[in-house]
Design a protein around this ligand. Structure first.
Ligand code: FEO
Length: 401
């Protein structure tokens, strides 16, 4: 049976949830599931804003049929051509053969790459700031290239002042009935997953996020409807501030994330000693991760949040321990910037970890190495404690200035 919710007068959420999917994009764990949002506007003309993933097609199509109440679909707006939102385009065109598919040049290029639609007569190509009137409701299109794909558009509905924002402002985590963020305890239920989604999916594209934030800054926005996670109708300055800060690569908080690789516990031992010494000095809310244990998307989310990183790793095969190298390359790939980093190395017969880590960190913009990297030979010795204390002091001063 259908499962829909009103979003605003004549506008309905017709999406759904998937709590069975193990990994988003077959990469990111989904312990809390994921929502695929789609929105249907029923005016003199009808318009569907994006579709959903193939996993929930049956419910989605039932939702659309229910809300349309026997009417046809006039427009299908494609804000984003990634298949988690596009799996139902072909079926909708089969059911509503006159539907106008609204997109830009790239949208149609990608439709033809992913599908065999052969319905070019249905294409309605729009340009930046073009408008489509549905009756009371008027859609206006703002291109958001590379947030996080090149064809991405935001659709602004002028009557209700709703911004349909594609993946931007989206979150991992299925919806538990409460569609609106203000109906949830957002900070405990979604914030971590909201940040993990941003850092890992959109994080690379800070410049492009800044550009589109400026583009829509002059609009009166009463509601933001993303393609994943809760809808925003209150606390818009809160969510816009998060996006502004994240896309400028500014930490949300002064604090320390310790991340380490450790084969036999000796590098881990140093990390625990550092964390204890920092805690005794008064540093609170530290986070520590074993990179071989925790999925990198969680570590990267906290790296986005905090200002300081302590990174420790053994040398491996005369290079850097592979898991740590992969994580640092992922951070560089996501264009992480503006963090302060202390380095801890370990080796038995070839000291390479610190050198490789330093090189990888220096590939990122505006990263500062704090103090002297600290290196152990196989295990830490008591006589090295004074040297480690100096590095701990340097980290402490850097965090607390
Ligand atoms: Fe939710 Fe970029 O797809």
């Amino acid at each position: 049976m259908h499962c829909v919710q009103p979003v605003a007068p004549q506008i309905f959420w017709v999406g759904g949830n998937d709590r069975r999917l193990e990994r988003f994009e077959n990469m990111f764990p989904l312990p809390n599931g994921v929502a695929y949002n789609s929105y249907l506007i029923v005016d003199e003309k009808t318009a569907l804003v994006d579709t959903v993933d193939a996993a929930i097609s049956a419910l989605f199509l039932e939702n659309v049929v229910h809300v349309l109440q026997g009417r046809s679909l006039d427009y299908l707006v494609i804000n984003h051509m990634e298949p988690d939102h596009c799996a139902n385009i072909e079926e909708l065109v089969r059911r509503y053969p006159d539907v106008k598919i609204v997109g830009n040049k790239k949208t149609f290029q990608f439709i033809e790459q992913f599908y065999t639609l052969d319905k070019r007569e249905n294409y309605l190509e729009v340009s930046e700031r073009d408008e489509i009137s549905l009756g009371r409701h008027v859609l206006k299109f703002f291109f958001a290239p590379m947030v996080h794909w090149p064809e991405v558009m935001f659709t602004y509905e002028q009557q209700e002042k709703i911004l349909f924002s594609a993946d931007a402002f989206g979150s991992f985590g299925a919806l538990s009935g409460n569609l609106f963020s203000d109906q949830t305890d957002f900070e405990s239920a979604y914030l971590e997953e909201f940040r993990r989604y941003y850092a890992n999916i959109v994080g690379k594209y800070g410049i492009q996020v800044q550009a589109v934030l400026k583009k829509v800054a002059g609009l009166e926005i009463r509601m933001i409807c993303p393609l994943h996670g809760p809808v925003w109708r209150r606390d818009l300055p809160y969510v816009l501030d998060k996006y502004d800060r994240w896309s400028k690569y500014e930490p949300e908080k002064k604090g320390v994330v310790l991340l380490y690789a450790s084969m036999y516990g000796n590098t881990e031992n140093v990390m625990n000693i550092i964390a204890n010494k920092l805690a005794i000095k008064g540093i609170s809310d530290m986070r520590m991760y074993d990179v071989s244990k925790t999925h990198p998307s969680y570590i990267i989310a906290d790296v986005w949040k905090y200002s300081h990183l302590v990174i420790g790793s053994p040398t491996y095969n005369m290079g850097l321990y592979y898991v740590m190298e992969a994580l640092l390359r992922e951070m560089a790939g996501l264009k992480l910037q503006n963090r302060k980093v202390a380095l801890i190395g370990n080796y038995t017969w070839s000291s390479m970890a610190v050198r490789v880590m330093r090189n990888l960190i220096e590939e990122m913009e505006n990263m500062e190495i704090i103090g002297m990297p600290f290196t152990i030979k196989s295990s830490m010795k008591v006589e090295q404690e004074a040297e480690l204390d100096k590095l701990v002091d340097d980290i402490y001063v850097s965090v607390t200035v």
